[in-house]
Write a protein that binds this ligand. Structure first.
Ligand SMILES: *Cc1c(COP(=O)(O)O)cnc(C)c1O
Length: 404
C-alpha cells in the first residue's frame, strides 16, 4: 500500500498544484513597480483621501499589505478561505481562546506542545476556562469528555513529541454533532502533508516558526478557517489584542513557503532513512515515527497524510536520563536546541526543554518519559546525519555501538 500522493500535482482541473500555489498565491508582482518579490510594507499608517476613505488599510495592527499577502498565501496552502497571521504560534492559539468566555470548557489532546498545555492551565484557567486533556488517538475519549460547557476541541496530529496520530475526520464527526469547534494544530504535518480543513476541522493553527518559515530565522503563527463569521470574530480579537507579525517577518515566511514542497519531501525522505536506521540499531529501545510499520497508527497516518514528516522520537535501550543527555550533547551536526522544522537538524530532550511546563505527573500519564530524545531531521545529506548519530552512539556508550 502506498501513502496518498502529495498534493504536488493539480488536485482539481481548475486549481493549481501545491508548489504553484505556494509560489504565487496571494503575491502577484507588485502593481505599482512590478517587483516580483513581495514588498515589505514597513508602515504603521496609510494616507486617507478624506476622513475614513482609504484603500482598505488604516493602521498596521489591523492590516498590512505584506501580512495580507501571507494571510492569503497560507489560506490557499491549507485549502481554506481565510488566513490570519500572528507574531507567534502561541499568539495564534491565544486568539482562538479569546473566542471563549468564563465557564467554557476545552478538550485538548494530552500529548501536545508544552506551551499549549501551559496557556490553558496557567493563563486561561485564571479566566475560568477549564480544560480536560484526553488521549485523542481514540476519538471516543473526546466524545466522553464533552460537557454542555464544551466549546472547543484542540488536537495536534502528529503530536509533539510522541508522534501520535489522531483521526481528524472521526473527531470532526463528533464535534459537528455536538456543535463544538474543532481546531487542529497542523504544525508538524504542514499543509503539504495534511489538510485538516478538508476533513472536518473548523480552524487550522500553525506555528509558522517551524516548517513554513523553514530556516529557524523567524517567529510566527497562523489561523486558517473557511467560515466568514468565525474569521471576522478571530480578526476582531487579533486587532483588539495586537499580537501581529512585522512586515519583515511576513516576508520571511512568504519566502519560506515557496520552497515548502521541496523541503518537506527531503525532510520526509531523510526522516524515513534515519527512523529505519534507528529501528535497526542494537542500542535503541523504541523509535516513534509514523512512517514505520511498527507505529501504532501507521495505517491512519497513511490514510490521513501524504508523507510522514521530519520528526522522530526515540528511546535508548539503556534509557537513563544521563545517557540521553550524553547522547544529545554528543552529536555534531544535530544541534542541541529547541524548536523544529528548519533546514538544519536539531536534537532535544523534550522533558528538559519544550515540555518543562507540563508537570511530571501529567507527562507520566501520557507516556512521555524523561529520557525521550526528539529529532527534527533537517535537509542535510542523510548519510551525514546517520554518521553523526553513529558518532553520538559511540561517544555515549564508548566501546559498544561504534560499528552499527
Ligand atoms: C512551536 C509550536 C507551537 C508554538 O509556536 P510558537 O511559534 O513557538 O509560539 C505550537 N504548536 C506546536 C506543535 C509547536 O511545535
Amino acid at each position: 500500500m502506498k501513502a496518498a500522493q502529495p498534493p504536488s500535482r493539480r488536485d482539481a482541473k481548475t486549481r493549481p498544484g501545491f508548489s504553484t500555489t505556494a509560489i504565487h498565491a496571494g503575491q502577484p508582482p507588485d502593481g505599482s513597480t512590478g517587483a516580483v518579490a513581495p514588498p515589505i510594507f514597513a508602515t504603521s499608517t496609510y494616507a486617507q483621501t478624506a476622513p475614513g476613505v482609504h484603500k482598505g488599510f488604516e493602521y498596521s495592527r489591523t492590516q498590512n499589505p505584506t501580512r495580507l499577502m501571507l494571510d492569503r498565501n497560507l489560506a490557499a496552502l491549507e485549502g481554506g478561505a481565510f488566513g490570519l497571521t500572528f507574531a507567534s504560534g502561541m499568539a495564534a492559539m491565544n486568539t482562538v481562546l479569546n473566542l471563549l468566555s468564563a465557564g467554557d470548557h476545552v478538550i485538548c489532546g494530552n500529548d501536545v506542545y508544552g506551551g499549549t498545555y501551559r496557556i490553558l492551565e496557567k493563563v486561561f484557567r485564571q479566566y475560568k476556562l477549564s480544560a480536560t486533556f484526553v488521549d485523542t488517538t481514540d476519538p471516543r475519549n473526546v466524545e466522553k469528555a464533552i460537557k454542555p460547557a464544551t466549546k472547543l476541541v484542540w488536537i495536534e496530529t502528529p503530536t509533539n513529541p510522541l508522534l501520535r496520530i489522531t483521526d481528524i475526520q472521526a473527531v470532526s464527526r463528533i464535534t459537528r454533532k455536538k456543535r463544538v469547534l474543532l481546531a487542529v494544530d497542523n504544525t508538524f504535518a504542514t499543509p503539504y502533508l495534511q489538510r485538516p480543513l478538508a476533513i472536518g476541522a473548523d480552524i487550522v493553527a500553525q506555528s509558522t516558526t517551524k516548517y513554513l518559515g523553514g530556516h529557524s530565522d523567524v517567529m510566527g503563527g497562523a489561523l486558517i478557517v473557511n467560515d466568514a463569521d468565525l474569521y471576522k470574530r478571530l480578526a476582531f480579537y487579533q486587532n483588539a489584542v495586537g499580537a501581529v507579525p512585522s512586515p519583515f517577518d511576513c516576508f520571511l515566511i512568504l519566502r519560506g513557503t515557496k520552497t515548502l514542497a521541496v523541503r518537506m519531501r527531503k525532510h520526509c525522505e531523510n526522516a524515513m532513512a534515519l527512523a529505519e536506521w534507528l529501528a535497526r540499531h542494537p542500542l535503541v529501545a523504541k523509535v516513534l515515527y509514523p512512517g514505520l510499520p511498527s507505529h501504532p497508527q501507521h495505517a491512519l497516518a497513511r490514510k490521513q497524510m501524504c508523507g510522514f514528516g521530519g520528526m522522530i522520537a526515540f528511546e535508548l535501550k539503556r534509557g537513563s536520563v544521563k545517557n540521553a543527555e550524553k547522547f544529545a550533547s554528543s552529536t555534531r551536526l544535530f544541534t542541541l536546541g529547541e524548536s523544529l522544522g528548519g533546514v538544519e537538524s536539531l536534537i532535544v530532550l523534550p522533558c528538559q526543554a519544550t515540555h518543562v511546563s507540563v508537570p511530571p505527573a501529567e507527562r507520566k500519564r501520557t507516556g512521555l518519559v524523561d529520557h525521550l530524545i526528539r529529532l527534527s531531521v533537517g535537509i542535510e545529506d542523510a548519510d551525514d546525519l546517520i554518521a553523526d548519530l553513529a558518532g553520538a552512539f559511540s561517544r555515549t556508550f564508548a566501546s559498544r555501538a561504534a560499528r552499527s
